[in-house]
Structures are given as C-alpha cells and as structure tokens.
Design a protein around this ligand. Structure first.
Ligand code: HEC
Length: 107
C-alpha cells in the first residue's frame, strides 16, 4: 500500500494509534478546535466551538462519546458529521486520541 507523505508537519512519535489519531485531528479538527484542542477565540464566538481541554469535558471524555460526536456532528449542525467522510479506522483513532490523557498532556 502506498504511503503518502503528509504535507505539513506533525510529529510521528508515540504509538501508531495515537499517531494516526493525532494526524486526523490536525487535518480535520484543528481548524475549529485548535491544534491543541483549545479553540481560537474567533471560533468560539462564531460557532460556539467547545474547548476539548476544559476540565468539564475531560471529566466525561470517553472514546465512545467522542466517536459519537465525530460520526454524527453536533445537533446544532455547527460541527459537521464525519461518518462517510473519513473511514471507521480514522474515526476510532481520532476518538481514542481525543479521549486519551496524551491529548492534554503531550510528551
Ligand atoms: C467546523 C468546525 C468544527 C470541526 C471541523 C470539528 N468540530 Fe468538534 N465541535 C464544533 C462545534 C461548533 C462544537 C460544539 C457543538 C455544540 O454546541 O453542540 C463541537 C463539539 C465537539 C465535541 C463535543 C464537546 C463536548 O463538550 O461535548 C467533540 C468531542 C468534538 N467537537 C470533537 C471534534 C473532533 C474529534 C473533530 C475532528 C474529527 C471535530 N470536532 C471537528 C466544531 C467543529
């Protein structure tokens, strides 16, 4: 299988799964949620993007919750549904990454 060289940056350290989830996040989520999960103020003002590093969210963040959100998007449609846009493995990987402690405590 051909492995495309990703265009821009992104460290590949850590486990394969964390790496895949991290690259999906940087590619598809960071534009709204910010590269480290803290959304830029403008995104909060315009879309009401949630801070994925907020203690309130970390306390209830599970892979299942994140996966559900990524598959279906938000009820208010401001976050798009990714089901069909990316494959299941990518959804699982990004959900595991966002729910993992590594997400808020990078090495
Ligand atoms: C177009 C902007 C946009 C993109 C791209 C986006 N999101 Fe969101 N996201 C939002 C908004 C807006 C909300 C808040 C929706 C609401 O108020 O219900 C949200 C909410 C969430 C929540 C729920 C947080 C909570 O407090 O329950 C999670 C988890 C989440 N996003 C993860 C992701 C992941 C993972 C990706 C990439 C696959 C992603 N988002 C891509 C805009 C975006």
């Amino acid at each position: 299988m051909a492995v495309a060289v990703a265009g821009c940056g992104g460290s590949r350290s850590g486990g394969a799964e964390a790496g895949a989830g991290q690259s999906v996040f940087q590619k598809l989520c960071a534009v709204c949620h910010g590269p480290d999960g803290r959304p830029p103020a403008a995104m909060v003002a315009r879309l009401g993007v949630r801070d994925l590093t907020a203690p309130e969210f970390r306390a209830r963040a599970t892979p299942a919750l994140v996966e559900q959100q990524v598959r279906t998007g938000s009820t208010n449609k401001l976050m798009p549904a990714f089901a069909g846009a990316i494959d299941d493995a990518e959804i699982t990987a990004v959900a595991a990454y966002v729910a993992s402690p590594q997400f808020v405590a990078p090495p």
